[in-house]
Design a protein around this ligand. Structure first.
Ligand SMILES: [Zn+2]
Length: 110
């Protein structure tokens, strides 16, 4: 992955901050890029939910909260690890918000 403005290499953190570390250009990754990761992590969370579910959880309120927190943690870890893997397999198409403005202008002029 490289910055569209200054061609410097970008790492995972720069993408999360949506800003280039070298020239400070705002960068954006299409929302659809993370969709497979989100779908897979929701599936993993649901599997964890069914595997760890038992009726005794609902009779114990603190245990129920811990269980909900655990499911949330599973979801977050899956999204984090999933997006790291996705970055390795298929780097995101990075664009600048400025580049999007050009596309709109071209459409208006035609
Ligand atoms: Zn840059």
């Amino acid at each position: 992955m490289t910055c569209p403005q200054c061609s410097q290499r970008l790492n995972y953190r720069n993408i999360q901050q949506s800003r280039c570390w070298s020239c400070g250009t705002k960068i954006c990754v299409p929302r659809t890029y993370y969709q497979p990761v989100v779908i897979v992590s929701i599936a993993i969370m649901l599997i964890t939910l069914f595997l760890t579910f038992s009726e005794s959880i609902f009779s114990n309120l603190p245990l129920f909260f811990v269980w909900c927190l655990m499911l949330l943690a599973v979801e977050y870890v899956c999204i984090f690890v999933g997006s790291l893997i996705r970055h390795r397999i298929k780097p995101p198409p990075i664009s600048t918000p400025h580049a999007n403005d050009n596309i709109i202008r071209l459409r208006l002029s035609s």
